[in-house]
Design a protein around this ligand. Sequence first.
Ligand code: OGA
Ligand code: MN
Length: 270
Amino acid sequence: MNFEVIPLTASIGSEIRSSAGQIVSPQGAAKLREVLIERGIVVVRGVGLTDDEQLALSNLMGTVRDEGERGVMKITMDKSENAAAEFLKGSWLWHLDGTHDDVPIFASLLSGRVLSQVGGQTEFANTHAAYDALPDEMKARIEGLKVAHSIGVSMRRAGVEASPENEARWRMAPDKIHNLVWTHKSGRRSLVIGCHASHVVGMDREESDALLEELLAWTTQSRFVYRHEWTVGDLVIWDNTGVLHRAEPYPIDSGRMMHRTTLLGEEAFA
Ligand code: OGA
Ligand code: MN
């Protein structure tokens, strides 16, 4: 196997230098999965996977979620390509995918197909590293806290119009409560925060807002963040269980088009 693995930053991300032929294979997928879990993000620059290759790789790395066309979802603000484009504005704020599920998705593979002339880079923050680096007093303070996650809250924060139809749609997914600190089966710990995090259960509102803001600001310090500057054909994979992500805002009519495949979760929030 011809694989060069290069760290992108000290605390998050590795780049793999290889070819489509090498990575879309059982050994390649196993290697990507291993690096992904260890480093949070895997980048393969300019690899230019076709949808079939991306699907094949995804199927080798986990179980592909049934969405979009045959499992390939178009991430774009273009309404003719994605009926839910308006809600994608939520991806401009720090988040993890699937806080309203008991078992959040494990990972996503994103291929850059058409880029925006402005904005549209993607940032990732390692919530394992951020938790580990917290001062002991903060670790003690947040131990055992529970947080309510709300789609409506995240949509309003993202500036999506709170029309009666939208409000009704958001209410269809009830708030979900998760531990603020997720203790994974591996023993590793991470923070479950981001734009869906509405409030700490049972805590005074002001204190809760301040705490969630402080933890988000801590986690998204540059030392825990990798910012991906896209080139067409790049493949970026994130471990959604230990990484927050956000896209930099880009014009609605920029034509930006990413092809995403999503791997079903393998572990419930705990
Ligand atoms: C997503 C997402 C970020 C981007 O697909 O879940 O947040 O850069 N994408 O498009
Ligand atoms: Mn997302």
